[in-house]
Design a protein around this ligand. Structure first.
Ligand SMILES: Cc1cc2nc3c(=O)[nH]c(=O)nc-3n(C[C@H](O)[C@H](O)[C@H](O)COP(=O)(O)OP(=O)(O)OC[C@H]3O[C@@H](n4cnc5c(N)ncnc54)[C@H](O)[C@@H]3O)c2cc1C
Length: 463
């Protein structure tokens, strides 16, 4: 078994989600559509395909079991915010396309919420929006700039608004808040339970799942995979690759996507008096405006689940169970969390975990559907894939179902990202960028101001 797919991390979400045990694929099998990867991308692709064609035979194979990847480990933000700025999207297409993509993301939150209601998925779903706080002037400036850029695209106060110190503190009492942005377009959820709900739903609609089946090569109409009982072949009219952060494990795609680690911690449930001092009555998702993102949610069982990006990229795009925890990074995340929420006091952290997310060379999310080879891919969400995978999967399914290119596609459709540089350039480039971002945060924390040159450089590199 490939070591990347052996052990599940001890995440908070794993405690009370299903333990799937799907058998591996048989030596040879054939389907209308075979999907590699049982995370949100693969699951939503099957869902959208079946909406249009209930009779399709669909198989989803996973190297482990559904939800093993980022979909079962993430921060549980179902957010309409994308890793690309609207300006960056418009630069690859036009203003209308950038606006259309943003609107599709906004709609996706309610569509996912509707699916959860219709399918009775008990995943702690709460659409209360998202807050991004500023604790120093540089961060406040960054929040103001982001609101201005949304206004340039016609997104008004109902989409995102600036909150004063008092307005922000009314929602969550943070000691050093200067202000915040608020947008209603985000929900908090238990991500592994949404995976479970989707799997149940797809099983009811005839989808076949195969576990412990690792795709080694994908060619038109055939996946060659390795399973505990030997090599297997899965034949299909269409093959969809939904392997996101794990993509570089397949030799033929080793430079298509780079895995970056994001790490999380969760506290024991806080007491009513601790919540009284924190506020946070509505369960909005929470971040702040530093360069290296942190993200938090109040869980439905009253813990704080808190995550952070910025862990160094591993040479050769390595991923694996041994990277799922990193005590020094978890300690930094815990320090940030306790600084933001002093009322946590000595309540212990009960869970620490991490996982890999997929990043394309131009930091752009992309779907690709090739009507000549009948191969499709989706991914590259840079850590914003809970809602984005729904949107991407919908586009992939639409294109496959209509058997032609979609006439008015979203800007992510058939976007070609360049391949990553070979090593050691990739290692050097990504880690230099991460170091630059953490240096920028350190300078801002010390001086309160942003470093102009670094901010300019980061703006050039990250869309
Ligand atoms: C710690 C963390 C926190 C995050 N927080 C958030 C958040 O709060 N909000 C948000 O929007 N996004 C978040 N993300 C990102 C989000 O989770 C992902 O973008 C999203 O889940 C990607 O879904 P996916 O289905 O494309 O990939 P995955 O969920 O990673 O699924 C890929 C699946 O493919 C399988 N696979 C891979 N290779 C093969 C192969 N060769 N053969 C067979 N199967 C294979 C894997 O086992 C895996 O199950 C976070 C990510 C991490 C790691």
């Amino acid at each position: 078994m490939d070591r990347a797919f052996i052990e599940w991390p001890r995440s908070l979400w794993r405690e009370d989600s299903a333990t799937w045990d799907f058998a591996p694929a048989p030596l040879s099998s054939s389907f209308d559509v075979a999907i590699v990867g049982a995370g949100f991308s693969g699951l939503w692709t099957a869902h959208h395909l079946l909406l249009d064609n209930p009779g399709l035979s669909i198989a989803i194979i996973d190297a482990q079991q559904p939800g093993f990847g980022a979909s079962g480990r993430n921060g549980g933000w179902c957010s309409a915010f994308s890793p690309m700025s609207l300006q960056a999207v418009a630069a690859t297409s036009n203003r209308e396309s950038a606006t259309a993509l943003q609107n599709a993301l906004v709609d996706s939150i309610d569509e996912i919420g509707q699916f959860i209601t219709d399918s009775n998925v008990d995943c702690g779903w709460k659409k209360a929006g998202t807050l991004s706080f500023a604790s120093i002037p540089a961060q406040l400036q960054r929040l103001q700039d982001s609101v201005t850029s949304f206004r340039e695209f016609g997104f008004d106060e109902d989409f995102i608004s600036l909150l004063s110190h008092d307005e922000a503190s009314d929602r969550i009492h943070m000691p050093q808040t200067l202000g915040a942005t608020y947008s209603p377009h985000c929900a908090a959820l238990h991500p592994a339970k949404l995976v479970d709900g989707l799997v149940q739903h797809l099983l009811q609609h005839g989808v076949q799942f195969f576990g412990t089946t690792i795709a080694r090569e994908i060619q038109p109409h055939v996946i060659t995979a390795i399973a505990p009982h030997g090599n297997v072949q899965i034949y299909a009219k269409w093959i969809v690759r939904a392997t996101e952060g794990f993509t570089a494990r397949m030799h033929q795609f080793r430079r298509d996507s780079a895995p970056l680690y994001s790490y999380m911690i969760a506290t024991e449930p806080l007491s009513p008096s601790q919540w009284e001092s924190i506020g946070w009555k509505n369960r909005e998702t929470v971040s702040d405006a530093r360069n290296l993102l942190i993200y938090a949610q109040r869980t439905s069982d009253n813990r704080i689940a808190f995550g952070g990006r910025g862990a160094p990229y591993k040479f050769g795009s390595r991923i694996g169970s041994k990277f799922d925890t990193d005590p020094s990074i978890h300690a930094l995340i815990e320090q940030s969390m306790r600084e933001m929420f002093p009322a946590i006091g000595d309540t212990p952290v009960s869970h620490t975990w991490g996982g890999a997310l997929g990043v394309h060379r131009d930091w752009f999310t992309a779907t690709n559907v090739d009507h000549r080879t009948h191969l499709a891919t989706l991914g590259g969400y840079v850590g914003d894939g809970v809602a984005f995978s729904y949107v991407a999967a919908k586009e992939v399914a639409l294109s496959i179902s209509s058997n032609q290119r979609v006439t008015a596609p979203l800007a992510i459709v058939n976007h070609i990202s360049p391949r990553w540089e070979p090593e050691p350039l990739r290692w050097f480039g990504i880690n230099a960028l991460l170091k630059l971002s953490s240096h920028a945060d350190a300078v801002e924390k010390r001086t309160g101001k942003s470093h102009r040159l670094i901010s300019w450089l980061l703006g050039k590199i990250i869309p």
